[in-house]
Ligand binder design. Structure first.
Ligand SMILES: Cc1cc2nc3c(=O)[nH]c(=O)nc-3n(C[C@H](O)[C@H](O)[C@H](O)COP(=O)(O)OP(=O)(O)OC[C@H]3O[C@@H](n4cnc5c(N)ncnc54)[C@H](O)[C@@H]3O)c2cc1C
Length: 568
C-alpha cells in the first residue's frame, strides 16, 4: 500500500513491527525483503513519487569548502527511490581487500569478511537490474569481451574486471507497483522524520516523530527501527536526536558524522596508444541479457599491499571535454549544451579557467567542422539513451589519433577529521541543517599518483603507449582538488565497528547501546573501496533483512510466551 502522510488524522500515532526511515534503494530493498519474510513494515519517505522544491529544500546545508564539495542539496534527491532517480547505474562489487585491516590504511578493517556480503551480491545485482552476477570480462559476454588495449598485459594491474550497468533502475518507479501490492507493507510518502525518540533509560527507541508536507506532526511506534536516509541525512538524524543521549544517538564516542568519505575521482592525463584505431576498445560490450559491460584497469591487491596504497581503478576516457584542443565535434557539442545538462553531470564539464568567448567559439568550430560525427553521435544518443529502456550508459567517443584521458576512481582513506556536523541554520521544521567539512589526505593523493606512475611504467615497458600529464596536472593534487569529492557517494558517517570504541553500528548494523535501532546504507561502510557503492548498499540491506527476520522472530516468540503466562 502507498499512502501519503497528509491523509492521516491530525496527531496520528501509527504502529508497525518494523519502521524504515528513507525510501532509497536501501529502504526499498529492506521493505521488499522483510515483507517477503512476513513482517509488518512501515516505510517513511520524506519525498513524494517525484522530487519537488519544497521537500528538496530540506536537503540544504553548509559546506566548509565549496571548491571541494557540492552543496548538500545536490547529488541527493528526496523522492521514493532516493538518488537512484538520477544515478548512473554503474555496478561492481567491493574487493576482498576492502574488508581487511590494512596497516597502511588507517582505521581500515570491517568486523565482517567479504564472504558475508558476497553471498548477497547475486540478489543485489538482480534488484539493481545489472544482469547476471558475472564480473569477469572473459565470462560476462559470450566469447569474452574485447581487450581494452590489444596485447597489453600490465604487471601491476588487472584488466579482466568489469563494471556492469543497471538500466539505470529508478528504485521508486521500478518497485512501486510491488510495494503497493504487498499487504504487509505501508509506504507513507511526504513523511519527514525529525527525531528518533529514545526511552528514558536510553536503551531503546520508542518512537519516531515525523511531519507531513503541511508540517503537521505524527508519530510511529515500532519494535525495530531502521534509518536508511542516505550517508549524509543518517548522520544528521542521529545527531539531531539528542534528547536523552546528549551527543546524539550512537555518538558516545564522538564517531557519528566522522570518517565522511566520497571517492577520490576525476579525469586526467593524455594516453597516446600506439597503433591503429583497432588496437583500443574502450566502449561497451553487451552481455547476452542486454546489460552493458565495460572493462576497467584495476590496481592489483598484492601491489596495493606491497606499495602501501589504497584501492584504485582507471577507465579509458575521451579527452577532457572542456579543452577544445580535442577537435572532436560531439565533445564540443556536449560542452555547448552544458546548460541543458543537470548540475550533477554538467559539473564535470567545467573548464580550468572561466570560459571566454574564444573558448565557446573554438567549441562551436569543432562541432561544425566535425558535423558528420556530431550528427551520428546525437542520433545514437537519442536512440540508445533517450528513447531506450536500458540506456546506453555514458558518452563513448572514439578520440582522434588514439589519444585518451584517464578516469580514476580511488578509495578515500578514512579520516576522522572529514566530517558532517550540525550547522547553525535550521530547516523549516526547526531542525539543524548539516555542515559538511569533507577533507582528503596526502595519502589519497599518493594513491592516485602512484597508480598513474605504475601505469605509465607498464605502458612504456611494453611499448603500448605513452601516458603524460599536462603541465597543470603535474601535481596530481591539483587534479584531485579540481574534481573534488565525488558527488553522489556518501560513505562512513555511521561506520561499522567491532566495538563502540571504533564504530557507531555493530557487525549487523545495529547502533551500539540501543537495542532496536539499525542503520542501512553506505553510512555504515568503514572503508570506501574503488567501487561505486549502490550494489554493496543493496547487498548489505539484504543481509540486514535476514538479521532483522531473526531478531523480529525472537521478539514475536517472547511476546507470545509473555501473553501465554499473563493468560494463565
Ligand atoms: C548523479 C549521481 C550518480 C550516481 N551514480 C551512481 C552509480 O553509477 N553507481 C552507484 O553505485 N551509485 C551511484 N550513485 C549513488 C547512489 O545513487 C546512492 O549510493 C544510493 O542512492 C544510496 O542509496 P540510499 O538508499 O542509501 O540513499 P538515498 O538514495 O539517498 O535515499 C535516501 C532516502 O531517504 C529519504 N530521507 C532522507 N531523510 C529523511 C527523513 N528525515 N525522513 C524520511 N525520509 C528521509 C530521502 O528522501 C531518500 O529518498 C549516484 C548518485 C548520484 C547523485
Amino acid at each position: 500500500m502507498i499512502l501519503h502522510a497528509d491523509e492521516l488524522p491530525p496527531g496520528a500515532t501509527l504502529s508497525a513491527e518494523i519502521c524504515i526511515v528513507g525510501g532509497g534503494p536501501a529502504g526499498i530493498t529492506l521493505a521488499l525483503t522483510l515483507a517477503r519474510f512476513g513482517h509488518d513494515i512501515l516505510l517513511l519517505e520524506s519525498g513524494d513519487l517525484e522530487a519537488n522544491d519544497a521537500t528538496q529544500a530540506l536537503n540544504a546545508g553548509e559546506v566548509a569548502d565549496e571548491t571541494l564539495h557540492s552543496p548538500p542539496d545536490k547529488y541527493r534527491v528526496r523522492c521514493l527511490g532516493g538518488a537512484t532517480s538520477i544515478w548512473g547505474g554503474r555496478c561492481m562489487p567491493f574487493n576482498p581487500i576492502d574488508f581487511e585491516a590494512r596497516p597502511f590504511v588507517p582505521h581500515s578493517g570491517w568486523p565482517i569478511g567479504y564472504e558475508e556480503v558476497e553471498r548477497h551480491y547475486p540478489a543485489a545485482n538482480a534488484l539493481c537490474e545489472a544482469g547476471e552476477y558475472e564480473y569477469d570480462a572473459r565470462l560476462a559476454v559470450s566469447g569474452g569481451m574485447r581487450p581494452l588495449i590489444a596485447g597489453f598485459a600490465p604487471m601491476h594491474f588487472d584488466m579482466n574486471g568489469i563494471e556492469r550497468f543497471s538500466c539505470p533502475t529508478h528504485f521508486g518507479d521500478r518497485y512501486r507497483a510491488r510495494l503497493r501490492s504487498l499487504p504487509n507493507v505501508r509506504v507513507l510518502l511526504r513523511s519527514t522524520v525529525v527525531r528518533l525518540a529514545a526511552s528514558s533509560d536510553g536503551a531503546r527507541i520508542t518512537q519516531v516523530e515525523a511531519r507531513d508536507s503541511k508540517d503537521r506532526p505524527f508519530t510511529v511506534t515500532a519494535d525495530q527501527f531502521v534509518v536508511a536516509a542516505g550517508g549524509i541525512e543518517t548522520a544528521r538524524l542521529l545527531l539531531a536526536s539528542h534528547d536523552v543521549h546528549a551527543a546524539g544517538l550512537g555518538n558516545a564516542e564522538d564517531l557519528v558524522g566522522r570518517f565522511y568519505m566520497c571517492h577520490i575521482a576525476g579525469t586526467a592525463g593524455a594516453l597516446k596508444v600506439v597503433g591503429g584505431r583497432e588496437t583500443v576498445w574502450h566502449g561497451y560490450d553487451v552481455a547476452w541479457d542486454g546489460t552493458y559491460c565495460r572493462r576497467r584497469i584495476a590496481l592489483r591487491p598484492d601491489v596495493q599491499r606491497q606499495r602501501g596504497v589504497g584501492n584504485v581503478i582507471f577507465r579509458l576516457h575521451h579527452p577532457r571535454i572542456a579543452d577544445p584542443a580535442h577537435e572532436t565535434g560531439p565533445l564540443s557539442a556536449i560542452f555547448l549544451a552544458q546548460r541543458f545538462i543537470s548540475y550533477e553531470y554538467a559539473k564535470r564539464l567545467v573548464s580550468d579557467a572561466p570560459p571566454t568567448p574564444g573558448l565557446w567559439l573554438r567549441h562551436g568550430f569543432n562541432a561544425v567542422r566535425d558535423a558528420g560525427s556530431t550528427v551520428r553521435f546525437l542520433t545514437h544518443w537519442l536512440r540508445h539513451r533517450t528513447l531506450a529502456a536500458r540506456k546506453f550508459p555514458s558518452v563513448i567517443i572514439r578520440p582522434r589519433r588514439n589519444l585518451f584521458s584517464l578516469d580514476f576512481h580511488a578509495e578515500q582513506v578514512p579520516n576522522p577529521d572529514s566530517r558532517i556536523t550540525l550547522g547553525n541554520s535550521v530547516d523549516r521544521f526547526g531542525n539543524p541543517q548539516v555542515r559538511i567539512d569533507w577533507r582528503y589526505t596526502r595519502q589519497d593523493v599518493d594513491t592516485v599518483l602512484q597508480a598513474f606512475n605504475l601505469l605509465r611504467g607498464d605502458l612504456a615497458e611494453q611499448g603500448v603507449g605513452t601516458l603524460t600529464l599536462a603541465p597543470n596536472e603535474q601535481d596530481i593534487e591539483t587534479v584531485v582538488r579540481r574534481d573534488g569529492a565525488y558527488g553522489g557517494h556518501h560513505i562512513g558517517t555511521a561506520r561499522m565497528g567491532a566495538s563502540a570504541a571504533t564504530g557507531v553500528v555493530d557487525r549487523h548494523g545495529k547502533v551500539f547501546g540501543l537495542s532496536n535501532l539499525f542503520v542501512a546504507g553506505s553510512a555504515i561502510f568503514p572503508t570506501s573501496s574503488q567501487a561505486n557503492p549502490t550494489l554493496t548498499i543493496v547487498a548489505m540491506s539484504l543481509r540486514l533483512a535476514e538479521h532483522l527476520r531473526d531478531v523480529a522472530g525472537r521478539v514475536a516468540r517472547v511476546r507470545t510466551a509473555v501473553e501465554a503466562v499473563s493468560a494463565d
